[in-house]
Design a protein around this ligand. Structure first.
Ligand code: DOR
Length: 436
């Protein structure tokens, strides 16, 4: 007797091929994969031939707890995650207070254990003063450095402080790469501009390229594991294509693949984020980087702010947009448009992030691996509506778009967490572990 069997699924193999069959789950693991499993289970899903994929790992989200729970919390964020087929997430430290100490990290784990329906991991945030904590706080998926200021108070912009952090320790460093000095110098020039498009001009491609170059040079100097968060420009892709050491990874988010400065006209500050949305040429450069492996995987940078806050207009509106529940449908829609393959989706959204952050046994449907799965409907197109969003802020930059590839069921550690639009409220995710 298994805990759960998914029957009659089209099961994705890591290479993108599929086979018709059943998946049995027990003790949080994939216990058996076969064309037909005769045994009984406490619960059975009839997949009716739909595609069963590994659960998505979203390696960059902001769930706002503690401090800004009116925008999102670990409960609501994780519910939005499983709605979107995301079974594990890595959450950022720019909360209030920020996650810069062991005590703050412990507090997040305690809260997550209470309310998360997906698996969870957290970054420790860098300040100019907390080097000891950066190297000792545990467990963490990595160190987050804001090289340019964004939402919250975290910032390390002095090259001497950056060098100290890169030179001491071995943990992965994930950087928000924007050049704070250049942003500050240009702010005066843009004073008086109230059109949101000014945001992309002010924090221009050079802001991102220059900071990425600095992070890369420090990583090379100290052979320090580096992850470049939300790559946004064709120039950064070119830089990495020239020379990307084996210990460096990079990610892109759907906002930078599918939105560009033309979208300010209709969406205004809703699409204001850091680093900003760019041009169509940048969209194309990022797609090319994904396809040729310069960019390793996809995150969402889910960064919810309320509609009231966004209505403050430029330059007063906060930067960021929600995305955790729409990334998989967006990418599966792109697959059906011939822009990428199922093999690539699994690499970019499932096992790629697991490998980079050294999370064992996740991201592939294999016997003995964790039973984190999502059953997706590739036949029914659905238009994105604000009032259907699970994120607390109840809006999406993708509203009005027709997406095909929405999860029907999401399974976390062998338990159904999301079932036809409903959350199974009793399920709980687990803390992620990392191989070192
Ligand atoms: O636009 C952004 N919003 N970029 C970030 O780096 C932070 C995020 C947030 O937390 O709101």
């Amino acid at each position: 007797m298994y805990n759960l069997i998914v029957r009659n699924a089209r099961i994705a193999r890591p290479d993108g091929s599929t086979f018709e069959g059943d998946v049995a789950c027990e003790d949080g693991k994939i216990a058996r994969l076969d064309h037909h499993i005769g045994a009984e289970a406490r619960e059975t899903i009839d997949a009716e031939g739909h595609l069963l994929m590994p659960g998505v790992i979203d390696p960059q989200v902001h769930f706002r707890e503690p401090g800004k729970e009116y925008k999102e919390d670990l409960g609501s964020g994780s519910r939005a995650a499983v709605r979107g087929g995301v079974t594990s997430f890595l959450e950022m430290p720019n909360t209030d207070p920020p996650t810069t100490t062991q005590a703050a990290l412990d507090e997040k784990f305690a809260r997550a254990a209470q309310k998360c329906v997906a698996n969870y991991g957290f970054f420790i945030g860098a300040t100019p003063e907390n080097l000891h904590e950066l190297n000792t706080a545990s467990p963490v998926c990595g160190i987050k450095i804001f090289m340019g200021a964004s939402t919250g108070c975290l910032l390390v912009n002095d090259p001497k402080d950056l060098e100290r952090i890169f030179s001491q320790g071995t943990r992965l460093i994930a950087v928000h790469a924007e050049d704070e000095a250049r942003i500050r110098a240009r702010r005066e020039q843009f004073a008086g501009r109230v059109d949101p498009a000014a945001h992309s001009e002010l924090r221009d491609n050079e802001c991102a390229r220059h900071a990425t170059e600095l992070a890369l040079s420090l990583s090379k100097k100290y052979q320090r594991r580096l992850h470049i968060l939300h790559l946004s420009t064709k120039e950064e892709v070119a830089l990495l294509r020239q020379d990307k050491p084996s210990w460096v990874t990079a990610e892109v988010i759907p906002n930078h693949l599918f939105l560009n400065t033309g979208d300010y006209t209709n969406l205004g500050t809703l699409v204001q984020m850091n680093p900003p949305i760019r041009t169509i040429t940048d969209n194309m450069g990022l797609w090319a980087g994904l396809h040729d492996g310069v960019i390793d995987f996809i995150a969402t940078d889910h960064a919810p702010h309320t509609l009231e806050e966004k209505a403050l207009g430029f330059p007063n509106a906060p930067s960021g947009m929600p995305g955790v529940e729409t990334s998989l449908p967006l990418m599966l829609t792109a697959t059906q448009e011939g822009r990428c393959t199922l093999a690539e989706i699994q690499k970019w959204m499932c096992y790629g992030p697991a490998e980079a952050y050294r999370i064992p046994n996740k991201g592939k449907i294999l016997e003995g691996w964790d039973a984190d799965l999502t059953l997706v409907d590739l036949h029914t197109p659905r238009v994105v509506h604000h009032d259907e969003m699970f994120t607390k802020v109840r809006w999406s930059p993708w509203v009005g778009r027709t997406l095909t590839g929405w999860p029907i069921h999401t399974i976390v550690n062998g338990e159904i967490a999301y079932d036809h639009g409903q959350i199974r409220e009793h399920t709980r995710g687990r803390p992620l572990t990392y191989l070192n």
